[in-house]
Design a protein around this ligand. Structure first.
Ligand code: MN
Length: 230
């Protein structure tokens, strides 16, 4: 007899480059305003201060992109290309910055899809961002590249094209908070676990996706993947 009153859902999982086994997703953390030029275009103050965090549910991942329907309840679906860090071990409390790389299983490229109209309305009223950020299939993600295969260069170029036109482009070295900074800061607030994903924030150039748009996202030297809004 099952312990459950109905069968639990399968664990969301992402392909891993060069491996048959999948990466099981535990939680998705996201960093806001981690590129000064994007903070500026959103009308937010550009300051180091404390990082801005929000989350998406684990099953918001859309592994390997592909075709997805235009989401409900919005008429302003925005792309945000981001570096994604995948954690491979449980943190024993606070992660020291110099200890952060030991927790990284691998990296991927992801989109932090956003209902920008709903986010703007929430911001105006000081309300939470969940309906703007944490919706179904709001996190398309490439296969994870394990650190044994490749480690992204400190100044690797992160980019996004829509219908063949370059829309976003920045170097990882332009991030306000590094991966080590972010893992340290997150670990002060949450118990980080193997299976956690961290979306590291997007550069300037965010914009709307329309029905039928094809996008291609990449991080040079690491990964590229594509998708389409059906
Ligand atoms: Mn973002």
């Amino acid at each position: 007899m099952s312990r459950f009153v109905f069968p639990p859902k399968a664990v969301p999982a992402i392909p891993v480059q060069g491996r048959i086994e999948l990466f099981p997703v535990h939680r998705i953390y996201c960093v806001g305003r981690n590129f000064a030029d994007h903070a500026r275009e959103m009308g937010a103050p550009v300051e180091r201060g404390s990082p801005v965090f929000f989350t998406k549910p684990a099953d918001a991942v859309l592994p390997s992109g592909g075709s997805q329907p235009y989401p409900s309840a919005t008429s302003e679906l925005h792309y945000e290309v981001e570096l994604v860090v995948a954690l491979g071990r449980d943190a024993a409390g606070v992660i020291a910055r110099e200890d952060a790389p030991r927790h990284v299983f691998g990296h991927a490229v992801g989109l932090d899809l956003t209902r920008r109209d709903l986010q703007a309305a929430a911001k105006a009223k000081g309300l939470p961002w969940d309906v703007a950020k944490a919706f179904d299939r709001s996190a398309p993600i490439s296969a994870i590249v394990p650190v044994e295969e490749a480690w992204p260069a400190a100044d690797a170029l992160l980019w996004l094209e829509v219908n063949g036109e370059r829309r976003q482009q920045a170097r990882l070295s332009d991030m306000i908070f590094s991966v080590a900074d972010i893992l340290h800061e997150l670990s002060l607030r949450f118990e980080l676990r193997a299976g956690d994903l961290v979306f590291m924030g997007t550069p300037a150039g965010v914009g709307a996706l329309q029905h039928g748009d094809r996008w291609l996202a990449g991080l040079d030297g690491l990964a590229a993947f594509s998708g389409r809004i059906a």
